[in-house]
Every structure is written in C-alpha cells, then in structure tokens.
Design a protein around this ligand. Structure first.
Ligand SMILES: Cc1ncc(C[n+]2csc(CCOP(=O)(O)OP(=O)(O)O)c2C)c(N)n1
Length: 342
C-alpha cells in the first residue's frame, strides 16, 4: 500500500489538487497556528507555566488535515498528542493551556466545542469514540466521531475492541493512527509485524488507507472521504497517517537516549508546514509579509489564552476529587471532606 500523497516534501504538486485556493490558505493558517502554539507551549512549560507537555512538531498536518474534514457537530476524541487537533476543532486555546497546566478548570472541556478531554491512558479513547459514534446512530443524530491514536497504541486490546465493535455496528467513526515511528523509545518495527498499521483494517472488514501524514492536502482529502462514508451510514475507516515525531515524546523525555538525533534532523526535510508554504509561494498565494502578520496574530492569541488561564481561580485541595463522579458517592465525599478540612 503506497501512501496517498498530493504534495511532495519540497512542495511540488504530484496530482490534481482536490482543494480550492481558499481551502489551502485556510489549511495553511491552521497549520501555522498549530506549529506556533506547540513552540510556545514548550517555552511555557520551561517557565513553569505548564506541567508535562507532549509536543507534536512534525505531526501538525496529520492532525489539522484530518480535523478540517469534520463539521462543528462532529466529535473529536483525542489522546494527549492532539492539542493541534483540539485547537483546530474549535476548543478555546486557554482551555488547552489549563489542561496542560493540570488545572481543574481544564479537566472538563466546555460544551460549545465537541472535544473530549485528552486521554492519557493509551487507547482508552477509542472505545469512547465508538460509543459516541454509535450513540449518534442510535439517537438518529448525524454526527461522526473522529479519534486519534499512536502506532504503539494499536497494540492495546482497546484498539481491537473498538475497531471490531465499530465495524460490526457500522458506527460512524474515523480512526486516525498517527504512525510517528516511535512509542516513546520503542520503534514501530518492534511494535508489530505488519508493514502497515492500515493492513490491520482488513481484520475488521473495514477500509484501511495509508496517507502521507505530512501532506495536509492528502490528510484532508482522505479524512473527508472517511467522514462522508461514516455520515452516509457506511461504517468506519482506519486511516494510517505516516509521519515522524520530530520532538521528544514529552517535555520530560530525552530522545538522544534511544534514537539517533541525526535521523530527526534528516526528517525535518519532510515536515508539513514548509511543504505547504512552498506550494503556496510557488503560486504567489503567500509571502513573508503574510507569514509575519499571521505569526503576530497567533502570538497575540496565545498571550490572551495564557492571560485567561491565569485568571482561573487557585485550585483547592478538594477539587482533585470533584470531577470523578457527577454525584459523589460515600467514598468520594469522605475524601472530599478530608481534603476540604486541610
Ligand atoms: C495504558 C497505558 N500504558 C502505558 C502508558 C505509558 N505511555 C505513555 S505514552 C506511551 C507510548 C505511546 O506511543 P504511541 O501510541 O506510538 O503514541 P505517541 O506517544 O508516539 O504519540 C506509553 C507506553 C499509558 N499512558 N497508558
């Protein structure tokens, strides 16, 4: 299976583009917003303004491209790597800041964006997404649930259960696997025998597509087809976005302990933001002036998001148990009372 690709790493168009100029510019702006946020988040973490943060440098197109195929009524069910996906699906930026600050106000995402909180336990988000997708069918509500997982996460039992259930019930779910080459220090070839994660789709009787995950056009196009298929009641699709994690696993990780960092430097040549910019510039649709203005706007948006996050009230000790159940049971209440008395 060759990855679907429309744009080469150096920005050449390889086949007729299925996106309009407006869509390409919209996609590029979303990519740059994702990139600048990620860079800034690492700085904030180093300043002690965020807790542990999982960066996604190199994976922006895999997330942004896929999510651009969603409608506002569709659900995004992300894992920890998907801050870019959440921002693109309309989650307020200060909410993302609060989440990575581990502030209780960041634990429950507001209802105006259909984004679940980032799942840290690997693969647990997949059954959640299938449940949401199936609930939509059950209630005759036409939403699609898109969920993300890493290559390593596909070795978990939840991956199997979610895909099998979704396949059997034609749940309107889209599974996006970001195959970024690594599961912390475990390379993909130590994770599975399959050449492609997408090959696993055959085991569930659903379509599997391999995409160049650093090509925004390819990601958006393939995701759009999967979303349309799901919305038409034809069932789920497994998309394997082949990408590369240029960043450390998290801000607590040192990748030089397990991988040749020259590899990461070499893989910079394939990264998605420069690739799309080259395409736009070749058509005179983008230039340094526009780039500077856009980056300035994004920095202002981030500063405002941090300001809003700073305004959230200081968490109380008991807030740590407040979000466990909607109605506190006796154990939860007892813990809450002990913490409240401190
Ligand atoms: C159930 C569970 N087991 C182990 C971990 C610890 N852990 C965090 S990230 C990770 C590797 C995940 O790799 P992958 O699925 O490829 O995603 P990536 O981090 O590359 O985006 C592991 C084992 C966890 N969070 N949850």
């Amino acid at each position: 299976m060759e990855p679907v690709r429309y744009v080469s790493p150096s920005g050449e168009v390889l086949q007729e583009l299925p996106l309009t100029r407006q869509e390409l510019l919209h996609g590029y702006r979303a990519l740059v917003r994702a990139r600048v946020f990620d860079e800034r988040a690492i700085v904030l973490q180093r300043q002690g303004k965020l807790g542990v943060y999982p960066p996604y440098r190199g994976q922006e197109a895999a997330q942004v491209g896929a999510v651009l195929a969603l409608e506002p009524e569709d659900w995004l069910v992300p894992s920890y790597r998907e801050s870019a996906a959440a921002l693109t699906h309309g989650l307020a930026m200060h909410q993302v800041v609060l989440y990575w600050r581990a502030h209780p106000a960041g634990w429950r995402f507001p209802d105006d964006a259909r984004v679940l909180p980032f799942a840290i336990p690997i693969a647990t988000q997949l059954p959640h997404a299938v449940g949401i997708a199936h609930a939509g069918t059950y209630q005759a509500r036409p939403w699609v649930a898109m969920t993300f997982i890493g290559d390593g996460g596909t070795s978990e039992g939840d991956f199997h259960e979610a895909l099998n259930f979704a396949a059997v019930f034609d749940a309107p779910a889209v599974f996006v696997v970001q195959n970024n080459g690594w599961a912390i220090s475990v390379p993909t070839e130590r994770q599975m025998r399959n050449a492609r994660v997408a090959d696993r789709a055959a085991g569930y009787g659903i379509p599997g597509v391999v995409v160049d995950g650093n090509d925004l056009v390819a990601m958006w196009t393939v995701a759009r087809q999967a979303v349309e298929r799901a919305r038409a009641g034809e069932g789920p699709t497994l998309i394997e976005a082949v990408t590369y994690r240029l960043a450390p696993h998290t801000t607590s990780d040192d990748p030089s302990r397990y991988r040749d960092e020259d590899e990461a430097k070499r893989r910079e040549a394939e990264e998605p933001v420069r690739r799309l910019r080259a395409l736009l510039e070749a058509r005179d649709w983008w230039d340094d002036e526009r780039e500077e203005a856009l980056v300035g706007e994004i920095h202002a948006e981030i500063a405002e998001a941090v300001r809003l996050a700073d305004e959230a009230p200081e968490p109380t000790p008991e807030s740590i148990v407040e979000h466990v159940f909607a109605d506190m049971g006796p154990d939860q209440r007892a813990a809450w009372e002990v913490l409240r008395a401190r």
